[in-house]
Ligand binder design. Structure first.
Ligand code: MG
Length: 329
């Protein structure tokens, strides 16, 4: 146990980031931070909490926890089409573990600086390990991307690939066998998710709705359907997988993709007339996009394997879906 006081701790570890944004007029060290914006800018705000023993455990390195805390928040900003700007951190710790804090802040700053995001303030208290981050992002006036707005006929797209993080969790829990190589590949996606920040801004004009996949594709697409007051057909044979996931049996990887979560990919809807231009403009963006379904008028989500409709109920892995509790947002 270190002899550092709370304030020395803050000074040493949470004030280390360079002043990287000119819109931060006053950062840490006063009663409040002060930031400024240009007139036609709106601000998107999101908060996520990660609790030890709930959202992460001893398997997860401190650097990964720092990375993931920033990533899950930036993923919510990405889903709104916002450009990340400012972070505020509230951290509760049972004791001052300087090695842990050093690794945690390294993971946090690596990702924050990549996205030109500045930590502008926070609070440190003693108690069970709990991390709460608020992220604020900038939006051109009237251009926010929401869960409402999907229309019948719109195509449903998802970025990247699905299910790896859920499979990693299943390996950790002894529900899935894997070689060390496979476990490492899957854990990289669970520990170091990539928020689709550039993609969120790139689809602002073309997409009619968007959500980030934090709780599993079925749950998060369900939010779009509910808020947009529409239904959808999901094409199971189109779901995108990593090479490692293709090594699992089909039923298993589908369940991870549909119900697992922690993917932090974007799921969004695009009208037919915007589809070609969007796919062309993003062909070289480095993020793969897959069309996985179509919005229709009939309420609810119906799943198809090629032409065959399949029931989502009564399949395996429901215990897994129910047990999972990822940071919401
Ligand atoms: Mg979200």
């Amino acid at each position: 146990m270190s002899q550092l006081t709370e304030f020395e701790l803050i000074a040493q570890y949470f004030s280390r980031q360079k002043h990287i944004r000119s819109d931060v007029l006053l950062g840490q060290g006063d009663d409040c931070a002060v930031v400024t914006t240009t007139p036609a800018t709106q601000i998107a705000v999101t908060t996520d909490t990660m609790v030890a023993g709930v959202h992460f455990d001893a398997h997860m390195p401190a650097r990964a926890i720092g990375h993931k805390l920033v990533a899950v928040n930036l993923s919510d900003l990405a889903a709104m089409g916002a450009e990340p700007a400012w972070l505020s951190l509230a951290i509760t710790m049972p004791e001052v573990d300087t090695k842990w804090i050093e690794d945690f802040t390294a993971g946090m700053y690596e990702l924050a600086e990549y996205y030109h995001c500045q930590l502008i303030g926070g609070d440190t208290t003693r108690g069970p390990l709990t991390l709460t981050l608020t992220a604020q992002g900038l939006l051109p006036e009237g251009q926010k991307l929401t869960r409402a707005g999907a229309k019948p006929g719109d195509w449903i797209f998802v970025s990247g690939c699905l299910g790896d993080a859920a499979a990693a969790l299943a390996v950790q829990q002894g529900l899935l066998e894997a070689t060390d190589f496979v476990r490492h590949q899957l854990e990289e996606r669970l520990f170091y998710p990539t928020p689709r920040v550039a993609l969120g801004q790139a689809i602002r004009h073309a997409a009619t709705s968007c959500v980030d996949v934090s709780d599993g594709l079925v749950a998060d697409l369900g939010h779009i359907l509910q808020r947009s007051n529409v239904g959808a057909r999901l094409f199971l044979h189109q779901l995108p997988y990593s090479k490692v996931m293709l090594g699992l049996d089909e039923e298993q990887r589908r369940d991870f993709a549909l119900f697992g979560g922690d993917d932090y990919e974007l799921c969004f809807t695009v009208p037919e007339e915007e589809r070609g231009a969007l796919e062309t403009s993003l062909a070289h963006s480095g993020v793969s996009l897959t069309c996985i379904g179509q919005i229709d008028k009939q309420p609810g989500l119906r799943m198809f394997d090629h032409q065959q409709e399949v029931s989502a109920q009564g399949r395996g892995y429901q215990h897994f879906a129910a047990a999972k509790d990822s940071p919401k947002g």
